[in-house]
Design a protein around this ligand. Structure first.
Ligand SMILES: Nc1nc2c(c(=O)[nH]1)N=C([C@H](O)[C@@H](O)CO)CN2
Length: 117
């Protein structure tokens, strides 16, 4: 499986289970690993034969700015399905980090993997 990755992607969204978290958007960091097949693009050298990672970043930032979730688990599932359905990815790994949310913990978040159909 070939992989396109976007790591350390910063997004703004309304997320969290506590009332104080529902007042304004927070910054999350995403690591995305997108499974695809590079054969056509590697032969053609044409951006239309692959998943345009700049478009993924732009479209996902826009979408998440409009969404709201309580749990990181729900947001991660949304991101995974967004990438699988919108870009025809074969597989996706989504890591979501909520920076600075737990004192004494360097990094907290969720990690999921999903297969396309
Ligand atoms: N498994 C989870 N645990 C918690 C989540 C979450 O999204 N998934 N969220 C919170 C709060 O919103 C947290 O970010 C603030 O303490 C707590 N636990």
């Amino acid at each position: 499986m070939d992989t396109i990755f976007l790591h350390g992607m910063s997004v703004q969204t309304l997320i969290g289970v506590y009332q104080w978290e529902r007042q304004q958007q927070q910054t999350l960091l995403l690591d995305l690993d997108i499974g695809t097949d590079f054969q056509r693009a590697a032969q053609s050298d044409n951006i239309d034969d692959t998943i345009h990672y700049a478009r993924v970043a732009e479209n996902l930032c826009e979408a998440l700015a409009e969404q709201e979730f309580l749990l990181l688990e729900a947001l991660a599932e949304y991101v995974a399905q967004f990438i699988l359905t919108r870009y025809g990815a074969l597989w996706v790994r989504v890591k979501v980090v909520k920076p600075g949310i737990l004192a004494g913990v360097k990094e907290v978040g969720v990690l999921i993997e999903r297969q396309g159909t």
